[in-house]
Design a protein around this ligand. Structure first.
Ligand SMILES: NC(=O)c1ccc[n+]([C@@H]2O[C@H](COP(=O)([O-])OP(=O)(O)OC[C@H]3O[C@@H](n4cnc5c(N)ncnc54)[C@H](O)[C@@H]3O)[C@@H](O)[C@H]2O)c1
Length: 387
């Protein structure tokens, strides 16, 4: 299927960024938003970002000009008539999105592909009321779309192959890496990264290391750009807790249970950078205390990274076995979507399946179900019969 005309529904943070990628990718792009002010602001941001890209040498002035000329911003949904693919980036509200798809189906031709950028709603539930659910899929971009090179292309049980192929081709023409994944909680990245913060909170709770020590080990030894506590402070402990709750509501896996430390901090109003206090304290947007530079104690260095990584590997094994995505796609998604230094299957190869299994079994023996090794891991080590 040939895609020439692209529609974007919603001109907020994500919609304007996605429309920019469409214009730069050579698509005639129609950006629609029901709120006039939001539409004007989104189109303005898009143009300003194109100019900034020229100043930073990311593309030429001619390319920016050509891209800007491909944009039509419109306050009328009817203008999406004729679009070959519409990417919806409206607010994260199931009923709002379902009502919008009803309107999109009435306006767009019967062959148009409709893709949602939802982060947390099941795509199948958005598509459930549609006349043609086979043409609905997910195209999950990351924020900011202009810088993040990943798109998760999400297939529901009813999405037809041509719709997935079209979404993949569009993402690739936008210069993104598209990874296929099944419609399941958090898709690939948000799900497979659950242990990054949850396991770190358990290490903190057990008194094995302080939050600052854990951050240092994860950065210095793991090669991650940011430690889990710095990350939670940045995105907001309340936001992180809400995501954790949403996963646990969708599926009460013991591994996904929100941590009491998060609950307590939110109840106390310590939400991270935005309130000046989270795991760290901030003044004027900067961390108050300088980071310790003394060498970390050997038990801390040894245990922390391994525990977090073992759980990242384990979650990815569960996800791969459930058919969420192929191992190589999971690795690509974690590297591109989160800037992780290597994906979970990369860690699995580096540590060896036996070592990961050993770490999990030791933890499971002293605690609980949260460390149950994935059946895939058991098969990799040849100990499947003991699971
Ligand atoms: N912000 C992120 O980090 C991020 C990352 C990935 C995915 N997402 C997802 O992208 C979607 C949009 O998020 P956002 O951060 O851009 O939100 P946003 O609030 O910045 O933008 C939403 C836009 O939708 C418009 N809108 C309101 N009602 C609408 C309707 N009925 N139909 C169409 N548009 C409508 C609003 O005017 C607004 O401009 C959500 O589903 C969100 O989960 C967000």
């Amino acid at each position: 299927m040939r895609i020439e005309l692209l529609g974007v529904a919603g001109a907020g943070t994500m919609g304007a960024g996605i429309a920019q990628l469409g214009c730069l990718g050579g698509f005639e792009t129609r950006l629609w938003d029901p709120a006039g002010a939001a539409l004007a602001a989104g189109a303005e941001r898009l143009r300003a970002d194109l100019d900034r890209g020229v100043q930073r040498g990311r593309w030429s002035a001619e390319d920016a000009e050509r891209a800007a000329a491909r944009l039509v911003s419109t306050a009328s949904l009817d203008a999406l008539d004729g679009c070959d693919l519409v990417i919806e980036a409206a607010p994260e509200d199931l009923e709002l999105k379902r009502a919008l798809y009803e309107r999109l189906e009435a306006v767009c031709g019967p062959d148009a592909v409709l893709a949602t950028n939802t982060s947390s709603l099941p795509v199948g539930r958005i598509a459930a009321g549609a006349k043609h659910p086979e043409r609905i899929c997910g195209m999950h971009f990351f924020n900011p779309p202009a810088l993040m090179r990943l798109v998760e292309v999400v297939a529901t049980e009813t999405t037809a192959q041509p719709a997935l192929a079209a979404a993949t081709a569009v993402a690739e023409r936008m210069g993104r890496t598209a990874v296929r994944c099944a419609d399941s909680p958090g898709f690939i990245v948000n799900r497979c990264n659950r242990p990054f913060t949850l396991e770190s909170l358990r290490i903190l709770e057990r008194g094995i290391a302080g939050h600052d020590q854990i951050d240092r080990v994860i950065r210095e030894q793991g090669g991650y750009r940011m430690g889990p506590f710095e990350l939670m402070d940045l995105i907001g402990i309340d936001v992180n807790l809400e995501v954790a709750r949403s996963f646990y509501r969708q599926r009460p896996e013991p591994r996904w249970k929100p941590h009491p430390i998060q609950e307590r901090m939110v109840a106390e109003g310590h939400l991270g950078r935005k309130t000046g206090r989270g795991f760290y304290r901030y003044r004027g947007g900067r961390r108050e205390q300088a980071e310790e530079t003394a060498e970390l104690p050997e038990p801390v260095r040894r245990v922390v990274l391994e525990r977090v990584v073992a759980q990242l590997v384990n979650e990815a094994c569960f996800a791969a076995e459930e058919g969420v995505a192929e191992p190589d796609d999971i690795d690509a998604a974690m590297r591109l979507g989160l800037n992780h230094p290597r994906g979970p299957f990369g860690w699995l190869r580096a540590l060896g399946a036996e070592r990961v299994e050993e770490i999990l079994d030791a933890l499971a023996a002293e605690s609980d179900e949260r460390y149950r090794a994935a059946p895939l891991l058991r098969r990799l080590t040849g100990s499947a019969q003991s699971s």
